[in-house]
Design a protein around this ligand. Sequence first.
Ligand code: DON
Length: 571
Amino acid sequence: MKGYCIIIFACLLSPLGVVSELPIIEYKSIHHPVISKTGMVVSQREIASKVGAEILRKGGNAVDAAVATGLALAVVLPRAGNIGGGGFMLVYLKDLDKTIAIDYREKAPKAAYRDLFLDEKGNYDRKKAQFSLLSAGVPGTVAGLHLALIKYGTMSWEEVIEPAITLAKDGFPIPHDLANILASENYKKRLTSTAAGSKSFYKKGLKNYVAGEILIQKDLAWSLGQLKDFGPKAFYEGEIAKKIVQEMKKNGGLITLQDLKNYRPVEREPVKGTYRGYDIISMPPASSGGIHLIQMLNMLEQFPLKDLGFGSAKTIHLMAEVMKRAYSDRSKHLGDMDFYAVPFGLMNKDYASKLNEKISIDQVTPSKDINPGDPYPYESPDTTHFSVMDKYGNVVSNTYTLNFSYGSGIVIPGTGMLINNEMDDFSSKPGVPNGYGLLGSEANSIQGDKRPLSSMTPTIIFKDKNPYFVLGSPGGSRIITTVLQVALNVMEHDMNIAQAVNSPRMHHQWLPEVLMLEDGFSPDTIEILEDKGYQIYPSRTMGSVQAIVKEGDYFYGAADPRRPDSGAVAP
Ligand code: DON
């Protein structure tokens, strides 16, 4: 592992003056990944990583382990793990030497329309867009995970879903952060807005669970049991579908049985780029993540970031300038490519050079002076992430979500399932930001059957044509910049994977015109940036990266300490 450890077989003079011949391990970094030779699963809940690692131990491949982990997260990480949401999965298959992108993003119900979230006065109605049944897209997770398993896994659906059923039926000890968030005023109000939510997440009389108590989710166990017995049909046509549609009809949602029956995940060609000899493979639209990751890497490749140093004011400034341009382009050019001709020329290296011409190392470009560009024609071709690598050489990079933590906060009665509020990822009105402050335009307007634009960026990076690095993150609009920085920390700043994940992050998204900084940058650096004219916004933690690096025979896993109870687990 790059600069990770140097084993020095040295003679050591002990305090007693006796010469010892024990090897001394000298570490360059205080951050330590989990190391294994047999594979690795990294997710935002160690208990779910263990489920995946057990599948690998039994001889399953990365896809088997990823699907089992995803289903387990739906139980143990209710804020983001889900069956009522959607996401994106990259699968690298060693035998075919090929990466497949599975888009299982939610779709707008057929009856959705452009002004769905505008009130009589034409104003964006936040409550409708984020916390009502109208905010729900047709969920894709069940169909997406099933497709991945059937086509690229080796184990049966029944086998990989079983651990999730056990966790829902027998329960699991509630970690501190889950107990705290469920007890917090905001979330308690949201999650008890339905009797089904109160039943799922609170004790009798709406009493809070205390950390360490066991959370049993009977209704969710029933739903997972239906999925085990009848496969995705239970969700899209059978008993679960009926419950979803019944609730939609009763409380003003749009999803119909036909919408559910029509839902299909799509296999797409991933987007590809390069960075100083590394090959970058990431998610195409309906996510904006891959395109803008590659666009920003193309721009940054032209600056000597390594010499400027991690976390220096100059590096942060250049990154912010690049981010502003990418997010400005996103606001105009990105949407579901099945509905809108996304200009893939955004990933062209010459386009990056053209954008770079306007970047100065000394001057901050005000956001008002940055407008979406005209990309060149294309010449070549509370979310959670988990990463899996197996001993056979296969890799899975998966990000999925309900959108906000706990989605719309609405549990579909009888299912124990939180329903997403992904419709807010559409642009409801030009010039009006969504829940992540993101702007959009025609490309991402609401239309029936269309997928709302995402920022999710599951990514696999190749070195010498072999899978080297797998990563991704939650974080709404900050997902793309989070993945960018962790990738650069390894590729550019020579950090080991744990240090790369742990190091402080920054973010700029063009509008609002603020530079967000996590804790951990030096006051001197912040002062230089303020003097340059940046408005600094001290941010809470950004993202939660679950990553693995494979070097030689070893897998190095790092789970983000920004989320308690995340875990890298070896089989
Ligand atoms: O698809 C998207 O870009 C958003 N729905 C992701 C939301 C998210 O990451 C929330 N988690 N922190």
